[in-house]
Design a protein around this ligand. Structure first.
Ligand SMILES: [Zn+2]
Ligand SMILES: [Zn+2]
Length: 606
């Protein structure tokens, strides 16, 4: 599966060394690479040539004043005026050392050369072990990171090529510096799985750090509980990263494979093992080939158990990426005892439940609903046919400005697979083939139905997905409640009333009178990008579409909706819904007692 791989590191990088009593020291390079050479999976022909990063590249991410300070304190590490150094973060854990500027430039140069080679198609996978300094900021050193080599390389690469980059950060610490560098950039999606900042440096990386327009939704954070082991990290990865890649459509995968989440690492409280790192490497490799034509640059990131963990984690990653098998004599004795979680019984269950809640919130915030359905959190039990016994397949018509449309509800997967999908439908995966498959798979879900608008020639230009609400959400356990999980009209068919007509058609049949229908969230931002509208204007359009179909805007303190004023929550309570069920629904809108429950005028929200 792999070809044209390289490793970007050599002994010059040992110069990045804060000293013998510091967790980040020259010994990491020697410890890591000597095992690869001893195992016979690395020789000089595998090494990628690189030089120091140029000023022009560093300045894409860093201020000139900071770069000048790096140079100044590099030649004078014990300055007469230490407060001058502290202003740039060059103090404490990031204290200046002789030659630090050249060393930092070399690290950045290795990552730049790696991304350049992969973007140009000269190499498919590159591993840069002494790289991944993900904390460094525009104007200061942070957390052993003097320059942000990852941000520099991505910034250079996205200027030279029209690439969309997916950055996956698996270090135990939040990838705050890379996130900050691309916080408003829609072409770079940063995902960080890390130990929650409640207890660990750098303190950030909360679920609601989602980016800024026009990059809203492209910063993704999965803060995990202290004590989370392999299974918890892998479950979070599967639930978020793979579907996100399908929706984001990256051209290049860049990863930070810090191994400081290992149970033996002194700097974090995660409880991973080598087995988990190997499984993550496999998943990243598969993702690169599935979504990025193989293009993958992996960086080493953190990891502070130099004796056992770092060399083995690097060896596993290089073996996966290069396709070279480690000799069994090398790996014998690596099989660690399966760790019992640090907490047993109820504690472990609570940890798992907290992580699941976090993952659900992340999915609702960053995945388009259609993709969420295709990559379900867990297989839902089959609801069986006849959940809506009175809802018979119907067809209708709508004369749009672009031409006549056929409206169809309960569209079966077999029919969807014979239709085509208009390329102006965006909240889907990359290829038109896959777009059609997404719709077909929703139709196959026991809890989902698809209503489509298609041209007489059989091209789908709009759809509505009606679903059971996702398990674990506030409204999911209410009987007789369905969610309009997605509504979209192809960009070339908008402003002609198609969305309103389609939604009204979808929810007008009689059985819906016994049901409560809801729709919610910032889920719309995937489409918002393409609409050219500000969030508030887009929200107004959506509200109008839903009001046209009998929905009303309601206020709720459901955190995934309430955290942002541009979010929308609408509901339609069927005329035959019994009063007790209606009251149950209304009581769940707001959790705190005594607050307003419903009917708040939507215009009160800015
Ligand atoms: Zn490969
Ligand atoms: Zn770290």
């Amino acid at each position: 599966m792999s070809w044209a791989c390289a490793l970007a590191a050599d002994e010059r990088l040992a110069a990045y060394d804060f000293g013998p009593d510091h967790p980040f020291q020259a010994g990491r390079l020697e410890a890591g690479l000597s095992l690869l050479r001893a195992a016979g999976v690395l020789d000089d022909a595998d090494l990628l040539a690189f030089g120091p990063a140029a000023d022009a590249d560093l300045e894409l991410v860093h201020d000139r004043a900071y770069l000048a300070a790096l140079a100044r304190f590099s030649s004078d590490p014990a300055p007469a005026d230490p407060t001058g150094a502290a202003r740039f973060g060059l103090v404490g854990d990031n204290r200046p050392f002789p030659g630090m500027e050249a060393a930092a430039r070399l690290v950045a140069g290795a990552t730049v050369a790696s991304l350049d080679a992969v973007a140009a198609g000269d190499l498919v996978h590159v591993f840069a072990p002494v790289a991944g300094l993900h904390h460094a900021r525009r104007d200061r050193a942070v957390g052993f990171c003097l320059v942000n080599d990852i941000a520099v390389a991505i910034a250079r690469c996205t200027r030279a090529w029209p690439l969309r980059v997916l950055y996956v950060d698996l270090d135990a610490h939040h990838g705050d510096g890379v996130q900050a560098a691309f916080y408003d950039d829609p072409r770079v999606c940063t995902v960080s799985l890390h130990e929650t900042g409640r207890y660990l440096f750098p303190g950030s990386g909360e679920v609601h750090e989602l980016g800024r327009p026009p990059g809203t939704g492209r910063s993704v954070n999965v803060p995990l509980e202290p004590g989370t082991g392999d299974d918890g990290v892998l479950a979070a990865f599967d639930a978020v990263v793979e579907p996100l890649a399908a929706a984001f459509r990256p051209d290049l995968l860049v990863t930070q494979n810090g191994c400081d989440g290992h149970a033996d690492d002194p700097l974090s409280d995660l409880a991973m093992s080598l087995r988990g790192f190997r499984a993550l490497a496999r998943r990243l490799h598969r993702l690169a080939h599935r979504h990025c034509q193989g293009r993958w640059v992996a960086t080493g990131g953190g990891g502070y158990d130099l004796g056992r963990v770092v060399p083995r984690a690097w060896a596993l990653l290089w073996s996966e990426l290069s396709g070279r098998r480690l000799p069994s004599r090398t790996t014998s004795g690596w099989r660690e005892p399966r760790r019992r979680g640090r907490r047993a019984g109820a504690g472990a269950r609570e940890l798992e439940e907290r992580n699941q809640r976090t993952v659900r919130a992340v999915r609702r915030l960053v995945l388009p609903p259609a993709v969420r359905v295709v990559y379900p959190l867990a297989r839902r039990r089959a609801g069986g046919p006849g959940r809506l016994p009175g809802w018979e397949p119907r067809a209708g018509g709508y004369l749009a400005p672009g031409g006549p449309l056929v409206l169809r509800d309960r569209c079966p997967a077999s029919l969807l697979r014979r239709l085509e999908v208009d390329p102006g439908i965006h909240a889907f995966v990359r290829a038109p083939e896959q777009q059609r498959e997404v719709l077909a798979r929703i139709a196959e879900e026991p809890t989902g139905e698809v209503v489509v608008a298609h041209t007489p020639e059989g091209v789908v230009v709009g759809y509505v997905a009606v679903l059971d609400p996702e398990p674990g959400t506030r409204f999911s356990s209410l009987p007789g409640l369905l969610e309009v999980g997605a509504i979209e009209v192809a960009s070339g068919w908008r402003r002609g009333g198609v969305a309103g007509a389609l939604l009204r058609f979808a929810v007008e049949p009689d059985p819906f009178e016994d049901l409560i229908l809801i729709a919610s969230g910032l889920a719309w931002h995937w489409d918002l990008d393409q609409s050219g509208l500000p969030a508030v204007a887009y929200r107004r359009v959506l509200r109008r579409v839903f009001e046209f179909a009998g929905f009303e805007s309601l206020r709720t303190d459901e955190p995934e909706i309430a955290y942002h004023p541009a979010n929308l929550f609408v509901a339609r309570i069927g005329s035959r819904v019994p009063p007790a069920r209606r009251a149950l629904f209304t009581s769940r809108l707001v959790r705190a007692t005594g607050g307003p429950t419903a009917g708040t005028p939507p215009d009160a929200v800015p």
